[in-house]
Structures are given as structure tokens and as C-alpha cells.
Design a protein around this ligand. Structure first.
Ligand SMILES: NC(=O)c1ccc[n+]([C@@H]2O[C@H](COP(=O)([O-])OP(=O)(O)OC[C@H]3O[C@@H](n4cnc5c(N)ncnc54)[C@H](OP(=O)(O)O)[C@@H]3O)[C@@H](O)[C@H]2O)c1
Length: 253
């Protein structure tokens, strides 16, 4: 397919690389920052622009991979009738693109993507479309880059999925941040915890998270919990979270 990428951030870069690797042609990259657009265009041996009026009108598919609150701004004066135009946000309704084309949709990658990733990850795609043609096109495009799941999902389903994604990815990472800060202050090496982190994450492929729960809270080991709280007196933010999560785990018994 001929694809125009709108945006030059993390998702734009990784999806563009995936499309290119799958044999699609990136017809153009648009970004408000000329240097960022031309860097990706150079990588993909294509053209770039930072002028909305110069967006190529001859592609099959337009992937709008800009910040959620910029989708309307970037597309409001685009007229791409007959073309398939999809944004990549979980929590933004598909209808935001209604004025751009009759064939609007969503191409949401359920993965944490970064421009500087050394390897292209597996990316499950959740897609939606305003009509059958749009859905079929986006589904085909998704299958071309993803051996993982390709699933049709409406606005409500994507929004609910996004809540779960924030919890398992963003919140877990925030706990790593706090733990790393704790280790630094206590003179410990955070990297000592990496084998434990990997084991805990991989275990839930085989058993449920509830079955995989270990630690003093699930064992109702109040003596150990008290010792931990004593140490955490010097780390008030972490102590609050420790108390909250301990209570939550104990309720699951
Ligand atoms: N990253 C992920 O893991 C991930 C996963 C799934 C879905 N998504 C969704 O994918 C979309 C893009 O996310 P991202 O992570 O790629 O974001 P990002 O790395 O922060 O890149 C955002 C892009 O939007 C552009 N932009 C921001 N505000 C703009 C404005 N007012 N006008 C024009 N362009 C503007 C930025 O341009 P500048 O560089 O000039 O600021 C940049 O090209 C979002 O809807 C996000 O929810 C992200």
C-alpha cells in the first residue's frame, strides 16, 4: 500500500519502520517539525513536508500518529475523500476524523513504542473503521505488520483496554521508578532486581496473576510488613503506595 505518515514521534517512527519492512511504500512523512519529518523521510527514502497544504493526496492510507490532543488540529483542514485515514489513539473516538474522509478509522497499536527501540517489537493492532472498505483495508494493513493479534475494537472497547494497559504498563513502570529511587537512597543496586522482574512478568504467561501473587501481604505476614513500614518511614511516597497495595492484596484473599 501507499502510506502517508502524519507525525514523527514514537508511533509514527515504529509503525513506519514496520510498514516499510512489510514491503509497503511510505509516500510521505508530515510533521510540524521539518527536521523530524525529514529525518524519517531520509530513513525511508521518501519525501517529507511540514506544510499541511502539501500533504500528498495520492496515497491509499493516512496514519495520523500525533498526540491525542493534536489529532483534530493536524487534520481539520485536510480533505482526503476516498482515502482511508486512521489515527492511532486508544482513547480518542474514531469520529474525530469524520470531516476528513468518509473512510475514517483507528489503527491502535497495543504496545509501548519508542523511536529509539533497537528491535521492532510484536505489535497487536486494534482497528476500527467507518465502513466495511475501511475496516478491510486497516485489517489487511494490520495483518501485514503483525503476527500478533489483529482485533476489531470500537471506541468503548479501546478505551476500556487502554485503562488496563495503563495499569499493567505505566503503573508497573512507575513502581520500578520508585523502587530505583529507593535503592539509590538505601545504597542498593536496582539491577539486582532484574531477574526477579523478568521472572514475575514471564510467570503470568502460564498461570493467572492471582495465582502468581507472592509476598508478605498475601501470606498475611504482619510481622514482616511492620518491619518494612519501619524502613519506609524515610520514604513517605513509597510508604503510602506500600500500604495501599498491601491492603489491596489482602482483600483478594
Ligand atoms: N507511544 C506509544 O507507546 C503509543 C502506543 C499506542 C498508541 N499511542 C498513541 O499514538 C499517538 C502518538 O503517540 P506517540 O507516543 O508517538 O507520541 P510522541 O512520540 O509524543 O509524538 C507525538 C507527535 O505528535 C506531534 N504533535 C504534538 N502536538 C502537536 C500539535 N499541536 N500539532 C502538530 N503536531 C503535534 C509531535 O510533533 P513534535 O515532535 O513537533 O512535538 C509528534 O510528531 C497518540 O495518540 C498516542 O496515544 C502511543
Amino acid at each position: 500500500m501507499e502510506i502517508v505518515i502524519i507525525g514523527s514521534g514514537n508511533v509514527a517512527a515504529v509503525l513506519g519502520r514496520k510498514f516499510k519492512a512489510a514491503g509497503h511504500h511510505i509516500a510521505q512523512v508530515f510533521s510540524r517539525k521539518a527536521s523530524a519529518a525529514s529525518a524519517l523521510a531520509y530513513e525511508w527514502d521518501t519525501e517529507s513536508t511540514n506544510y499541511k497544504s502539501l500533504v500528498n493526496k495520492n496515497a491509499d492510507v493516512y496514519i495520523v500518529a500525533v498526540s491525542d490532543n493534536a489529532i483534530a488540529d493536524v487534520t481539520d483542514d485536510q480533505k482526503l475523500q476516498g482515502k482511508v485515514v486512521a489515527h492511532t489513539a486508544a482513547s480518542v473516538p474514531m469520529e474525530i476524523l469524520k470531516g476528513v474522509t468518509d473512510h475514517y478509522g483507528v489503527f491502535y497499536p497495543l504496545q509501548s513504542l519508542r523511536k529509539d527501540m533497537s528491535e521492532l517489537p510484536e505489535i497487536p493492532i486494534y482497528f476500527d473503521g467507518s465502513d466495511e472498505m475501511t475496516k478491510k483495508t486497516l485489517e489487511k494493513l494490520a495483518h501485514s505488520i503483525s503476527d500478533e493479534k489483529v482485533v476489531e475494537a470500537g471506541d468503548d472497547g479501546r478505551l476500556k483496554l487502554h485503562v488496563a494497559a495503563v495499569i499493567v504498563s505505566n503503573f508497573t513502570n512507575h513502581l520500578y521508578v520508585l523502587a530505583q529511587e529507593y535503592c539509590r537512597k538505601e545504597g542498593l543496586d536496582f539491577k539486582q532486581l532484574l531477574p526477579l522482574i523478568e521472572e514475575t512478568a514471564s510467570r503470568i504467561k502460564a498461570i493467572s496473576p492471582k495465582e502468581a501473587q507472592t509476598g508478605p501481604a498475601i501470606r498475611q505476614d504482619t510481622e514482616t510488613i511492620q518491619k518494612h513500614l519501619e524502613i519506609l518511614k524515610n520514604h513517605p511516597q513509597l510508604k503510602n503506595i506500600y500500604v495501599l497495595l498491601t491492603g489491596s492484596i489482602q482483600q483478594m484473599k
